[in-house]
Design a protein around this ligand. Structure first.
Ligand SMILES: [Zn+2]
Length: 119
């Protein structure tokens, strides 16, 4: 992969990471703040279910954060854009749509088909 493309993805991923980290911190601190301040038990119940939803979002966020960090590492050690299964290059179009992709479209389709077959 060209140095130019690597720089592009590095910038993109770093920006995404910063955004997510900022968002994640914001989510959790404002959430705890609100729950602690609710005086009414009924309010607390509502807030608890809000909290569950938010924690789910946060869980997704933290998974994405881990993925982005791993991808940035792969840019650093030169394995970015290489499929983890067949070790062929992942197409630029695919990476532009999904920079954290670790499998080429062929392997991804294969894995998904298997997941479907075996549940
Ligand atoms: Zn592959």
């Amino acid at each position: 992969m060209h140095q130019k493309d690597l720089a592009f993805f590095k910038k993109l991923l770093t920006e995404q990471l910063n955004e997510l980290m900022g968002l994640a911190n914001h989510t959790i601190s404002s959430l705890l703040d609100v729950v602690d301040r609710a005086p009414d038990p009924l309010d607390r119940a509502t807030l608890d279910s809000d909290r569950t939803a938010l924690l789910r979002i946060r869980d997704r966020e933290s998974k994405l954060i881990r993925k982005i960090k791993r991808t940035l590492e792969s840019i650093h050690d030169g394995t970015f854009g290489i499929c983890e299964m067949c070790e062929e290059e992942i197409s630029l179009e695919r990476l532009k749509a999904r920079p954290v992709a670790s499998h080429c479209i062929k392997c991804k389709t294969k894995t998904e088909a298997q997941e479907k077959a075996y549940g």
